[in-house]
Design a protein around this ligand. Structure first.
Ligand code: CP
Ligand code: NVA
Length: 326
């Protein structure tokens, strides 16, 4: 019998930052996913007229940028695009000053940058919620949408809700680079009781500190493993996930990485090792013919566009929570 998460656990997040998937408790993660599913079904908290989200993005973005803007508009608020190239950020104004000034104008900041420490510096100085919109270390908003998509496939109830405990014992396999997306999948999966298998070539494994953290957070007997064989990672998994081999900021390593990742494409042969019901996930943008074949990303198992849509619902739930709309 599905037991809904206690939504009151979200009220304590009002005014908080989301810098890492590990900033949420298992109960808060579950409650956020349930709220996202409710918002997707047209049920949700009231409007947030006049609330302003500032976007500080130092890297390109389609999904994150647009889904944050649309989520804020649907909540009745607005977004301001604070491009570092047109603000004083790009000319070196200290984070300590920028964060305190922006806190006087905005109600929350979503930041996409390189070092996690830069994000943490904004969070330290800002007096409003700071949200990780991707760093080199983590992509927590992505992970919420990813597990919402997995829950829709394996934990949907007849009443249109989610029985998230059905995710416990299922396995998500991630093959490719042990990067920001892999880190947040490990942490968020551990909180939800999902077993996470990471398959990477030697030398591209996730950060051992994040791996230890995920293992220490794991609920309901979930395990987090790292292997260096793609078939071993994928065998029997209910969700198979991949991401680009060279992330933003690693463009000069593209050729070397293509050589290092030879044999790691998520193609039809590799997918056939998964559970026959397995869904395919990719955070996008994707490079067809590199980390994923065109046939797999366009195939019947692919949920990548539902997953992209779910960025909107997950972030709307997050914004409503952090802005205190519940
Ligand atoms: N998946 C994701 O974060 O996409 P964008 O880089 O387009 O925001
Ligand atoms: N790992 C990729 C994710 C893009 C959404 C990157 O950081 O570029």
């Amino acid at each position: 019998m599905a037991r809904p998460a206690d939504r009151s656990v979200l009220s304590s997040l009002r005014g908080s930052d989301l810098l890492s998937s590990a900033d949420l408790s298992p109960e808060q993660t579950r409650a956020l996913l349930e709220l996202a599913a409710d918002l997707k079904a047209g049920r949700g908290p009231g409007p947030q007229q006049g609330r302003i989200l500032g976007l500080i993005f130092s890297k390109a973005s389609t999904r994150t940028r647009v889904s944050f803007s649309v989520a804020m508009a649907r909540l009745g608020g607005q977004t301001i695009d604070l491009l570092p190239t047109v603000t004083q950020v790009g000319r070196g104004e200290p984070v300590a000053d920028t964060a305190r000034v922006l806190s006087r104008y905005c109600d929350a900041l979503a930041i996409r940058t390189f070092a996690q420490t830069d994000l943490e510096a904004y969070a330290h100085w800002a007096t409003i919620p700071v949200i990780n919109a991707l760093t080199d270390r983590e992509h927590p908003c992505q992970a919420l949408a990813d597990y919402l998509t997995m829950a829709e496939a394996f934990a949907a109830t007849d009443g249109g809700g989610l029985a998230l405990e059905r995710l416990q014992g299922l396995r998500l396999a991630y093959v490719g680079d042990g990067n920001n997306v892999a880190h947040s999948l490990m942490l968020c999966g551990a909180l939800l009781g999902v077993t996470v298998s990471i398959g990477t070539p030697a030398g591209f494994a996730p950060d051992p500190k994040v791996l230890d953290q995920a293992r220490s957070l794991a609920q309901h007997g979930a395990t987090v493993t790292v292997v260096h064989d793609p078939v071993e990672a994928v065998r029997g998994a209910q969700a198979v996930y991949t991401d680009v081999w060279a992330s933003m900021g690693q463009e000069e390593e593209q050729d070397a990485r293509e050589r290092a990742f030879a044999g790691w494409c998520l193609d039809e042969a590799l997918l056939s090792e998964a559970d026959p019901r397995a869904i395919v996930l990719h955070c996008l943008p994707a490079h067809r013919g590199e980390e994923i074949s065109a046939g797999v990303i366009e195939g019947s198992a692919s949920r990548v566009f539902d997953q992209a849509e779910n960025r909107l619902h997950a972030q709307q739930a997050l914004l409503a929570t952090l802005l205190g709309a519940l």
